[in-house]
Ligand binder design. Sequence first.
Ligand SMILES: [Fe+2]
Length: 372
Amino acid sequence: MTVTTTPCTRPLPKPFETSSINFGAEISGLDIENLSDNDFELLRVALYKHNVLVIKNQHRLSPRAQCELTRRFDPDADVYSHGKTIDKRSVLHKDLTTIPHQPQVQVIGHGQIESYEGLTNLKLKHPHHRVFHKHPVPEADDFHKTHFYRWHIDSAMYDLDPPLVTSLLAIRVPTGRRQLCTYDDGTGDEMEVPLGTTAFFSGYQMYDLLSEKDKEFARTSQVEYAAHPYIWMANARSRSNGLGLYCDGLELADDQLPPVEPHKIKRYPMVWKNPVTGQLAMMVYPTPARRIHLQDGSVIDDLAEVRQTLYRMQRPAISPQFIYPHDWEEGDLVLFNNHGVMHSIVGAFADHEVRLFRQCNMAASRPPLGPD
Ligand SMILES: [Fe+2]
């Protein structure tokens, strides 16, 4: 006999009184490891309606079950979003450790872990904005102040298409400390965040905040991404608010990259459609963006102009009132619509603060849905 459950959703807590976040929900009442097709459909619809779902108390979820749940959103997907191996020159190389028996699942975190899921003597390092930002928070303020590391879509942006859905499971979380995340971009914006939060903004909100003229530009333009982007950007430095790179001519030239196969270069619409609600999201990953292709066939090729154009369009949506910084508790499983929200790692841990997470996503079986 099939037992039909009724999942219950409730909005995520507002990070502060005047916050305007309009996405995210906590969902309960589903047996995540034994979802019937009907229950899964309820979960899928809830995900695309709320775009970030938090499911509490999933301590016991195995890496295999996490992978199977994540794959259910795209049954033809199989390979981890960044492929089977990550080039040593890639900026991602040091951030990800693959679980040997479940290669679509990565261990991420901070500190020393003796053994976990077949991995031993793990020395994890939470990416610190110091290694990527042009103007990091001074060492003396590092305990209290931090930056958004890099606003991104989980994706290789070359050869492989962005996963539909990412799952993140918190195994160990150091608690009790908060940090001040400063934008340092001339606006004075800042927000208090839980230590090691994952911060999200909505691409739907980003699109809605555009002027009518920019909405049309976004709906009719496409963004071409750099080949081997995480190697290409290895020497470049980020803005302090994590939204793209400075133009200092530090990107690697083609002859410094692995061989480029032109058919693997990705070009996506600026606007992606939600498959359930039909809403439009501005989904542009600014860091690896290389060119903008306009409707009339012309191309913005100048990197500084590409970055300035995107920054002007995207910056309003990362203001504090539009950010949801998740306050992780052990056992939290977060599923997010990787074609509708963007996210950033935040924060800096002390040496003794141990954080252990599992991340799972797979390169999508199809490119993102454009606006038409
Ligand atoms: Fe990510």
